[in-house]
Design a protein. Structure first.
Length: 213
């Protein structure tokens, strides 16, 4: 199963990606994580990305797609994968197609802006491994401590209400058009974000015809 997760900031993509990768036994490919890994490992594409970052410039789409392509070529992706954080734009989606990267389904998690603002104010991220939590919906076992690595949980600056509103504007302009892009290709599965993460997971699996997982 090769999946893309779409949704506005705070829709729960990261949380659902972690749950689905365990249920479906396929890796979650987070753009931010693989970009950092490629730079750390010194891959050719990672070095190219680093040159843009060091110059204070945005990493171009073709470099992002190159890093994704490198990661998807690894053995653990041969049985499927979940992409989280890419594509962000129509241009990236078209570049993925041009690179021959295909998908079985694209899941769009639908949620109101009011709910996003409420959720984001409670979000905490591990500064060491990047694992995401929510003080209400997905709290860590120990307050302020990551379950996975024991790292410190922090509130990111881009999770403040003012920044979230700006991020939503960008999402509506750049990323939301992907919903229609994949709907036209017959790949879209729209799922309403539920009150609990388990209910949302069940809705996603039902949309994929995999309720028994």
């Amino acid at each position: 199963m090769k999946l893309i997760l779409l949704g506005a900031p705070g829709a729960g993509k990261g949380t659902q990606a972690e749950i689905l990768c365990k249920k479906l036994s396929i890796p979650t490919i987070s753009t931010g994580n693989i970009l950092r890994a490629a730079i750390k490992e010194g891959t050719p594409t990672g070095l190219k990305a680093k040159s843009f970052i060091d110059a204070g410039a945005l990493v171009p789409d073709e470099v992002i797609i190159g890093i994704v392509d490198e990661r998807l070529a690894r053995d653990d992706c041969q049985g499927g994968y979940i992409l989280d954080g890419v594509p962000r734009t129509i241009a990236q989606a078209e570049a993925l197609e041009k690179a021959g990267i295909a998908f079985d389904a694209v899941v769009s998690i639908e949620i109101s802006e009011e709910e996003i603002l409420r959720r984001m104010s409670g979000r905490r991220v591990c500064e060491a491994c990047g694992s995401s939590y929510n003080v209400e919906a997905v709290p860590p076992r120990v307050e302020g401590v990551c379950d996975n690595c024991g790292g410190k949980l922090i509130q990111r600056k881009d999770d403040t209400p003012e920044t979230v509103r700006e991020r939503l504007k960008v999402y509506h302009t750049e990323t939301e058009p992907l919903v229609d892009f994949y709907r036209r290709r017959g790949l879209l599965r729209s799922v309403q974000s539920a009150d609990t993460k388990d209910e949302t997971t069940w809705a996603i699996l039902k949309a994929l015809g995999m309720e028994g997982k």
